[in-house]
Design a protein around this ligand. Structure first.
Ligand SMILES: *Cc1c(COP(=O)(O)O)cnc(C)c1O
Length: 408
């Protein structure tokens, strides 16, 4: 952040945009004019690349080659191929990443397969962890009889004691970033294993799994990777550990030769052993196309812009009177900031009517996602001026804005 002079005026933000190495990426997104999309941390917007890849898979595969496309378009190898493409973005080797299932299912598969390798029969999750991570460990605990320990926020490593911990790299609510290298060193010293949840980190932070010593991870592709609604998630497995891991859901797609139709199970090499059933080809194709935008980008540039944008957003949100509930230092955060307002939901709904999309997490958290590939400094600056006006004029104070939708 050293060379970053905090902008004082709209002229300053225009100067930041003029020298932004990622400014060209915006044109690749199918985003309407007049919308400031601060929810890329929840559902990344469509890119032209994703839409074209989806159309191509439908036309050249499903329509033209039909079942033959499993071979002609290599649909059978697509989950591994897209995994290899994604690997570069998280500092992993090509055979260490497989795209499959949802984050929830992948957490289950990884934690279950890690447990027999850990020094202690013990599952650990922090109380402020994303709910699905907690539910999945609860389910695994009741299925296997392995004790589940609920650690206080930030105490997961202290409670690990040689067991298996599931932990987010970026906390979904506060945006706080964990120190993977330090946590891995502590876990390994006592024979424990960590399954990292990279959902809010992938595609926005400069993640270096191998360099940091991470061994197991799962993550999301429909957030900062813009893979599309419900796009399949991924698993990362350190290649040295992979041969020792047995998936608790050893479906035929994880078999070394599924079309031999043998009764005896022989898992694939590497992360691919975590495949279970037939992959969702159309979604995978869209994700494949979405990842093209990252080709040639330096993830350090992506992370730096996310942090500059989020720092600017945070300072302006605080000036507008919102209470900050994420770390103040940019390098302790992921790509979003969170603030609090007792009528947060109504504020988010009012912002929507002003063309600014943000999201709300009960009971009172508003999140602003600062996706660096399609947002400009000027756009975020303007959105925060409008938010200031919404708060000053209490434009959010209407009954219609308080009626909650199912998805917030
Ligand atoms: C978004 C998110 C998920 C998503 O889980 P799915 O099973 O893919 O729906 C999981 N964990 C965290 C921390 C998330 O932010």
């Amino acid at each position: 952040m050293n060379s970053f002079h905090f902008p004082q005026s709209r002229g300053d933000v225009e100067a930041l945009d003029a020298e932004d190495p990622l400014a060209h990426c915006r044109a690749a997104f199918a985003l309407p004019e007049g919308v400031t999309y601060l929810v890329g941390h929840s559902l990344g917007p469509a890119t032209q690349g994703a839409l074209m890849a989806l159309q191509r898979a439908a036309d050249d595969g499903w329509v033209r080659d039909r079942v033959g496309a499993w071979n002609s378009a290599n649909w059978i190898g697509l989950a591994e191929q897209v995994g290899a493409k994604l690997a570069r973005l998280i500092g992993a080797g090509e055979r260490e990443v497989l795209v499959c299932d949802s984050v929830s299912v992948n957490l289950y598969k990884l934690a279950a397969s890690a447990q027999p390798l850990a020094a202690a029969r013990r599952l650990v999750v922090e109380e402020d962890e994303f709910p699905t991570d907690q539910y999945i460990l609860e389910g695994l605990s009741s299925m296997t009889g392995v004790e589940l320990v609920r650690a206080a926020p930030g105490q997961g490593i202290a409670e690990l004691k040689g067991g298996v911990l599931v932990k987010s790299l970026v906390n979904y609510r506060t945006g706080e970033v964990a120190d993977v290298a330090a946590d891995e060193a502590a876990a390994q010293a006592e024979g424990g294993l960590i399954v990292w949840d990279l959902s809010h980190a992938t595609g926005v932070l400069d993640v270096r799994l191998k360099a940091w010593g991470a061994r197991l991870a799962a993550g999301c592709t429909y957030k900062y990777l813009n893979g599309g609604p419900g796009a399949p998630a991924f698993v990362f497995v350190d290649e040295a550990l992979a041969p020792e891991l047995a998936s608790p859901l050893p479906g035929w797609m994880g078999h070394a030769r599924p079309f031999d139709f043998k009764s005896a199970y022989q898992p694939k090499e590497g992360a691919a052993r975590f495949a279970a059933g037939t992959p969702p080809i159309l979604s995978l194709a869209a994700l494949d196309g979405a990842l093209d935008i990252f080709q040639g980008l330096n993830m350090a540039d992506v992370q730096q812009k996310a942090r500059r944008l989020s720092q600017m957003c945070l300072v302006l949100a605080e000036k507008a009177g919102l209470k900050i509930s994420c770390p103040i230092e940019a390098d302790r955060r992921g790509g979003h900031i969170s603030v609090r307002h007792c009528e947060g939901y109504a504020v988010v709904r009012a912002m929507h009517d002003w063309g600014i999309e943000a999201d709300f997490r009960a009971p009172d958290t508003i999140r602003f996602g600062l996706s660096p590939l399609f947002l400009s400094y000027a756009e975020v600056w303007d959105a925060m001026q409008e938010l200031t006006e919404i708060l000053e004029t209490r434009s959010w104070d209407k009954a219609c804005y308080r009626e909650k939708a199912v998805v917030t």
